[in-house]
Design a protein around this ligand. Structure first.
Ligand code: CU
Length: 186
């Protein structure tokens, strides 16, 4: 009888100890997922060339330069087309393909509208969201900022990604260069 009691206490102690372990384990997991990391994937797939093309396009729109924006839009479309996606993890492929298809369409339209900066800026709204999604999925080596202008896209508000901390608005250019604020840092 004494032995059974001893064993029961021992079992209880073990159960208690493992519960405690679990709790601290869970806590660590929560803390880890709260870290401000944007890199979900550990693949060697890189979106740096896409980002370079996008930032060049963004800067052309900041400067009200429709010709250069069209040129950069074409370059971005080529990059999106030619990128080797073999290195993308299987579970990210579908999501990437959807973003890619959408981004390519907007880059094409921007490339084809060198005479119409208003139309280029319309397409830049969703293109910028696509680029934001890509950064969330694949991360970046660059220091980038997610900016927001509440007046862009007919007062619906729109985001863009910038390499500079200072606000330079690609939706209004010289008309309202400093309108907007930094929403997030990557
Ligand atoms: Cu269009």
């Amino acid at each position: 009888m004494k032995n059974i009691l001893k064993i029961s206490i021992l079992v209880l102690m073990v159960v208690f100890a493992s519960c405690k372990d679990n709790k601290s384990g869970n806590k660590e997991t929560v803390e880890e997922s709260n870290q401000p990391t944007t890199k979900k994937s550990q693949t060697s797939f890189s979106i740096e060339t896409i980002l370079d093309n996008y930032l060049k396009l963004k800067n052309a729109l900041v400067e009200d330069n429709s010709e250069e924006a069209a040129q950069s839009g074409k370059e971005l479309a080529v990059t999106l087309n030619d990128l080797n996606t073999d290195k993308i993890e299987q579970e990210l492929k579908k999501e990437y393909a959807d973003i890619l298809e959408d981004a390519k369409e907007h880059a094409d339209h921007i490339g084809a509208n060198a005479d119409n900066i208003a139309h280029q800026r319309e397409h830049f709204v969703t293109l910028s969201k696509d680029i934001e999604d890509l950064i969330e999925l694949f991360g970046t080596n660059k220091k980038l900022y997610l900016d927001f202008c509440p007046m862009a896209d007919e007062n619906k508000g729109a985001v863009w990604i910038s390499e500079k901390e200072e606000i330079k608005n690609p939706y209004f250019g010289s008309q309202m260069l400093s309108c907007g604020s930094v929403k997030k840092e990557f």
